[in-house]
Design a protein around this ligand. Sequence first.
Ligand code: AMP
Ligand code: MG
Length: 403
Amino acid sequence: MIEFDQACDQILVHTRCLGSEDRLIEAAIGCVLAEDITSPMDVSPFRNSAMDGFAVRSEWLLDCSESQPLTMSIGSTTFAGDRTVTQPAMSTVAKVMTGAMVPTECDAVVPFEDTDYDDHQVTFCRSIAAGSNVRQAGEDIKLGQKLYSEGTAMGALDIGVLATIGKRTVSTYRRPSILILGTGDELLNPGDELVQGKIYDSNTFTIHALVSPFCERIDRVCGVRDREKELARALDSSHDIIVTTGGVSAGERDLVVDMAEAIGWKRVFHKVAIKPGKPVYFATRDSQLLFGLPGNPLSTAVTCSVFLILALRKMIGFEDYRLRLKPARLAPEAIWKSGRKLIWPGFIREEAGQMVATFSPKRSSAALTALMGTDGLVFQSATDENSEEVRVEIILWDHILRI
Ligand code: AMP
Ligand code: MG
């Protein structure tokens, strides 16, 4: 049996970042950039109007007021998308629409609603500051500006930024294919009729839900029977990652480890000193990874969150792939002595600038409902002394599951 930190290190040693590929920008959500992104252009690319109105030189309107209005002829009209802008003739103004180029000699745009105008002429009744309602070239993004560094995950808010600088594809790290195998003769698919002695498979759904932000393709099989041949066949797939649940403990039909090793998987570790999840198994075959997660539903969820997601974060190219735990104080009423490191779902609040954690009151590794409504995972080192103040570490679900 190894310690939690050793298990994490071992997983990282055996996990390689997958190669890169070009993706359409709209398909890059949830992917990590394999390139720095520098803008090849100014955004906006040219000086343009922020309003529908009249382009003027601000100095023309310097002395303008209600009592001293200025009337000028309208000399030209420019629309958004016009490829040239007509300079207004002497003592005329140019009508410009939002997004249209502003004549070079003009430095402000007076919105239509601040003027009186007809088809031929316009009357101004107040002055305007230079630069008003004119968007400069490069005002939002400058040519050569670095927007993203390699290793940054692309989210919904980034895709438009890529589009605005004209990128159609980006280089991203490949995301893995994953096969989730729920092992156990007792398993039924939700929706099937419940029969005596059987239970519904929740684990493969839990895993699917937890890993989906990180994966390209997920295949899920419920109810791989606890039989040597069937297990060996299922474990022999070519996915980047295979995850099993159940069948890694001491039961007479816990055959996952033996069958995996019979078909060429090499054990990295089996059993980690944590609660829940002690029987967790990890093996490799060339660049493939196998996670044998324990069958108890809370054990599955916890080991998936701290081990499988750790590997996924490295595999998909995260610069900062380790899960960053933060120090916290355990609420006195939550003290729970354990000879093994606890990694239990819990509630986390801030109190006088300090993070305070409590464990979910459900204390069975079979109780999936221990997860419900919790804020994150609470890590407590093995304790036996009767300490009043227990230091723990926490991580929010948001930080575990966020891409
Ligand atoms: P095992 O490690 O195979 O002995 O399983 C431990 C416990 O977890 C048993 O009570 C199993 O019935 C239960 N279990 C195993 N697989 C699943 C699953 N996919 N969904 C829900 N419970 C499961
Ligand atoms: Mg089983």
